[in-house]
Ligand binder design. Sequence first.
Ligand code: PMP
Length: 407
Amino acid sequence: RSDAVPQAPEDPLFGLMAAYRKDTSDKKVDLGIGAYRDDNAKPWILPVVKHADQKLHEDPNLNHEYLPIAGLAEFTNASQKVLLGVDSLAIKEQRVRSFQTISGTGAVHLGALFLAKFYRQGQEKAVYLSSPTWANHNQIFTNVQLPIKTYPYFSAKTKGLDFDGMIDAIDRAPDGSIIVLHACAHNPTGVDPTQEQWKQIAKTIHNKNHFPFFDCAYQGFASGDLARDAWAIRHFIQEGFEMCIAQSYAKNFGLYGERAGCFHFVTGPASDASETANRVASQLAILQRSEISNPPAYGARIASLVLNDDKLFAEWEANLRTMSGRIIDMRQKLKAALDKMGTPGTWDHITDQIGMFSFTGLTEKQVLRLREEFHVYMTKNGRISMAGLNSKNFEYFAKAVDQVVRE
Ligand code: PMP
C-alpha cells in the first residue's frame, strides 16, 4: 500500500531556489542555480537562438511529428563533430553512435542504463565519481543499481585539484571500473586538470583497463573556445579508448528547459569497430524506446540549425565568448574586491577556477549567515554560481563575504 512510502527529502538546490523566491529583500543575490544570467540578473536568450527560432518558423514543412528513436540525425551528426572535432578519426571510421537525449541528464542516464546492463556482464563493477561531483550523478547511477565509489578530486587546502589523490584512487580501483570524468568546468568545484594532468589520468585509466565516461555539460561555456573545452575528450579518443560521452546543450545554448542533449558511445579502433558500434546502437535503441520512446524536437531543431550553418555557428561562438567573458570578468572583479579589503585567506582560486561555478571554501556556517543576514543564496558546500554575480552586486557580495570570514 502507498502509505508505506517514506517522505523523501526535498532536492537541496530546488529548495534553495524556492527560499530565494520567497525572500522580499531588494538586496537578495541568487548564487545557487547553475543558469546563466546577464548583467541585469536576467535569463539571457542567446541572439543566435532567436535567429535560429525565426528560421525554424519560416519553414513551411515544420510539424509536430515524432522524431526517430535516436533523435534528429542532423543534430546528432553535428553534435559528434562539435564534440570530437570535424576531422575526428573516430567519426571517419564510423566508431561513434549517437542518441539524442533529454539534455545532459538523460545522456548520463542512458549511458548508465546501458553500462548497468551490458558492461562486464556477470562480473563485479563499480562507478567511480569525483568527490565532490554534481549531486545527480549519485542518484542516476544508483537508480540503475550500479555501485558508487569515489575518487578524491578537490583539495580543501589548495582549493585546487588533489591530483595525487585522484591518480592514486584510480590506480587502486579494481581493473575495469567505470570512471566518470567532467570534460571541463567541473561541477561543483570549477577545478579542471591541466592538459598534462589529463595525459597522466588517461595513462592511469588505460593501465588499469578502466572505462571512461565523460560528462560534458559546459563545452564552449567554460573558456569560450569549443575545441579547448573538449580537449580532454579528444585526447582520450586519440589514445584509443572505448567510452561513453554525455553532452548537454543546456548551458552553451541557454536551452535549459528545452532538454537538448546527446549521448555518444565511441568504440575503440579495431577492424570490426563499426559492427560493434552497430550492435551497441541496437541495444541503446531498445533502452531509449522503453525510457522516452523518442526525444523532444524543439531544442534539437534549434541547435541543429546553428550547428549546420556556418554563419549561425560563428554567431554562436561569439555568444559563447560573451557568456564566458562576463563570467571570467566577474571572477576577476570579485577577487580584486576581496584582495582590496584584505579579506583573510587567499582568493586566487576564484580566478584559477573555471566555468559556471566556484568552490569558495566558505564553511556551512558562513553560508548560512550569508543567507540569513545578507540575503545571499548559495549551496551549503560553499559553491557559488558565478553567473549570479553582476556589476551591481559583486561588491555587496564581496563585503558580505568579508564580514562572515572575519567573524
Ligand atoms: N552534468 C553536469 C556536471 C552538470 O553540471 C549538469 C547541469 N547542471 C548536467 C550534467 C546536466 O544538465 P542538463 O540535464 O540540464 O543538461
